[in-house]
Structure formats: C-alpha cells, structure tokens
Design a protein around this ligand. Structure first.
Ligand code: DI6
Ligand code: FE
Length: 408
C-alpha cells in the first residue's frame, strides 16, 4: 500500500475520545487514497514513511482538526428576507408578516420561481462561505419548495453542489417544513401527499439521505410527524426532527422511538425527552444562530443533556428566516457564550458529533486511521482559539479526501 501524502509538523486535535481534544503534539498524518492511514507522533512515524511518500507537506506548526461538519442547514432557497428583518425591527411581529404573505411562505414563493441554475447560483456563495472556514461536509435540507417538483429541484441542487464543489453533501427531505398555500386548511392531506407521493418518488430517485419534519404548534403535529417517520422507515431512510424549538410537544420522545439520527433546536426540551434520546443514542443538535437571531430567552437543557451523556452537535441552521448565517466558527463561539459549552465540546459538536448526527461517525469526524482524510490546518496556538475568536478565520489549509483543496 503506497503513501500518497505525508503531513508533518502539526499539532493534531484528533477529536477521538482520548484526552482533551484527543491532542497529539508534534504529530504526523499519513494519507493513502482518500483515507487517513496513520496518525501519531512524528517521532513514532513508521520506518520508511518519508521515502515512500509521494508528497510531503510541512504544516508549519499549525493545529489540525478534522474537516468541519455542518449537520443542519437549509441553504438552498430563493431570495432572502432582509426586508422582513427590517420590518421586524420597525415593530412588525413575525405573525403580522406571515399574515401579509411573508415568512417561510415568501421564501417558498421565491424558491418556486427560481429555476435550477438560479437556485444553484444563489446557494453557491452561502455554501462557499461555510467551506472557507473548513467545512468539508454539509447537510442540506429541502423544505422551501414543498410541491414535488420544487422539492426535487432543491434536492438536485444540493446533490449538484456536492458534485461540483469539494464538499460532501448529505441531503434531507423536509417536506413537512410548512403547509403550502395549495393545502391551506388541509394539513392531513398534505401529510398524505408527503407519505404517499413525494417521499416515495424522491427516495426512489435517490435524492434524499434522510427525512426531517418541523414538529411544532406552527408546524406539524406529533401524529403527523409519526406518519412521516413511518413512511421514511418504509423507504429505509433515517429520520431527524426539528423538535421542541418553541414548545415541548414530545417530538424528541417520538424521534427516539424511531431511532432518529438527531433532534434539533431543543430549547423547550424537558427531562423525559432528554432521557429518551439518551437511551436511543440520538444526537442533540444545538442551533445557537436561530436562538440568537430570533432573540429567544429559553436555552436548551445543556447541563441535563451532558449529564445524561447525550452527544451534542452544533450547526449553522443556515436559512433565510431564523439564521441567515454563513459561519460555522461563529456558531462554535456562540455555543460557548450562549449555551455554555466548553470550547472542546463545541469543537466536538462540529466534528465527531456533527458526523454522528448524519450517521457518518464511522467514516468522518475524527482524525483516525480508516476515516476520510478530511482535515483543516489552522494558524492558532491552542484549539480553544477556534471557539474564542469570532468574525475571524484562521484557516491555513483544507484537505478533503486526501487532496489539498485550499491554502491561505
Ligand atoms: N425552524 C426554524 O427556525 C426555521 N425552520 C424551522 O423549521 C425557520 C425557517 C424560516 O423562517 O424560513
Ligand atoms: Fe432548521
């Protein structure tokens, strides 16, 4: 087995579970093909590694982390809602705006109007902004098209972004994001349409890696959500859930019964929900951007989640209404300042646990032999700096599947 690349002179925050950050000072990484073959101290490098290596990269004493994983975004959509933001700051409420045709529905209208190329062009800069900070894996949800044709277009744009950009894209069908205008007053009929038509078709075309729903008073009920989970199971797709964002409907308990990959938001999650997801091994995804942008007061029960050993992920929730965010590092900072995660926990949230929230923990998220050779070199003197700065990007080099894709 040949050595394609040897990376030397770096401190490694492997994020594997041994010790703080799984740190290895003065470490080295050997890459073969698209995978990490060996990780360790430079002094322990296997004999002959330097001679055998096709390429040797000096990482200048920088710190290296796994490639970042943004496990919850809605970044493919048309238009934006800056006007609505302005209205809100001039005193309009979210409900008034929604009644005048604003809110999610205005994004649905703008998204339906945009053809595939236009959607691609509008979404690409949002993706590139995340990638510039070392994101090498991103989840992208549908949910701004709602009808079959537009949801398919959103998911196809997501897949195409993953083919044309050096980033791994995981797509999630979120048909149950909002009630489309053509189903006004007929939410159960819309759920039938999701379960009987849209989900089977999109799953059949291989456009979705998972299924999500917005389980909320202003979204879909517990029983509607359960029907969607059953349809997902029938098509062998894992589920995720927007749960307990504005109220505690028990979405997390339901999601745990369906062995959900993750439950996301969770500001109103109670002890029963925490216990259920702890037992199911479901990841809790924290979205500090939405909490911040909507000016929420109630925080997710972080201490209880930690006490019960629930893996915590952190994501951008990039979307036009509640988190128009292009920086995962800012979310790492806010997970610490707003939700009191430690820098190490926040970094695990965008690496190891972000990967787990996508069911990819065996392939990504730590620097270990056999995992994808996705990693980022940072010009920092200790890993906590990644959480400490905000509005500052210390990336020096990004490697995706063994290939250097960016240097700064
Ligand atoms: N929860 C949210 O915060 C966003 N979607 C969701 O399910 C809001 C999306 C939007 O306002 O466009
Ligand atoms: Fe979301």
């Amino acid at each position: 087995m040949g050595i394609d690349a040897l990376f030397l002179n770096a401190n490694l925050a492997t994020m594997s579970s041994s010790g703080p950050y799984g740190a290895i000072k003065d470490g080295a990484l050997i890459v073969t093909g698209e995978k990490i073959r060996w990780v360790g101290k430079r002094s322990d490098l296997p004999a002959g590694a330097r001679e055998e290596a096709a390429e040797i990269h000096d990482l200048g004493g920088w710190w290296v982390t796994p490639g970042l994983v943004d496990c919850h975004t809605h970044l493919v959509y048309g238009g934006n809602r800056a006007g609505e933001f302005e209205l809100r700051l001039n005193g309009a409420t979210y409900e008034e705006i929604a009644r005048q045709g604003g809110g999610i529905r205005s994004t649905v209208a703008a998204t339906r109007q945009a053809d595939e190329n236009s959607l691609y062009a509008q979404s690409l800069p949002r993706l590139q902004s995340l990638m510039a900070e070392g994101v090498t894996t991103v989840e992208i949800k549908s949910g701004y098209g709602l009808d079959l044709e537009s949801e398919g277009r959103l998911l196809r744009v997501g897949r195409r972004l993953g083919r044309e950009e050096p980033v791994r894209v995981f797509t999630t069908y979120l048909g149950a994001h909002a009630l489309p205008p053509e189903f006004e007053g007929r939410a159960d009929d819309y759920v039938d349409f999701i379960c009987q038509e849209a989900l089977p078709r999109l799953a059949g075309e291989g456009l979705a890696d998972a299924v999500d729903a917005f389980c909320e008073g202003i979204g879909f009920s517990l029983s509607q959500t359960e029907r969607i989970f059953q349809a997902a199971a029938a098509h062998h797709l894992p589920v995720k859930l927007h749960a307990e964002q504005f109220s505690d409907l028990g979405g997390s308990v339901l999601a745990a019964r369906y062995k959900a990959l993750s439950v996301d938001h969770l500001e109103h999650l109670g002890p029963l929900g925490v216990q259920a997801i702890a037992q199911a091994g479901t990841v809790a995804v924290l979205l500090p951007g939405a909490f911040y942008f909507l000016g929420e007061a109630r925080k997710p029960p972080v201490d209880l989640l930690k006490k019960q050993g629930v893996p915590l992920a952190v994501a951008s929730d990039s979307n036009p209404g509640s988190s128009p965010c292009g920086s995962l590092l800012l979310m790492v900072n806010m997970a610490c300042t707003l939700f009191r995660l430690t820098p190490e926990e926040a970094l695990a949230g965008v690496t190891r646990n972000g990967a787990a929230a996508l069911g990819l923990a065996d392939r990504l998220g730590t620097l270990e032999p056999g995992k994808a050779a996705d990693f980022v070199a940072w010009d920092i003197t200790e890993p906590a700096e990644l959480a400490y700065h905000f509005g500052y990007n210390p990336v020096k080099m990004i490697v995706k599947e063994g290939r250097v894709i960016s240097r700064r």
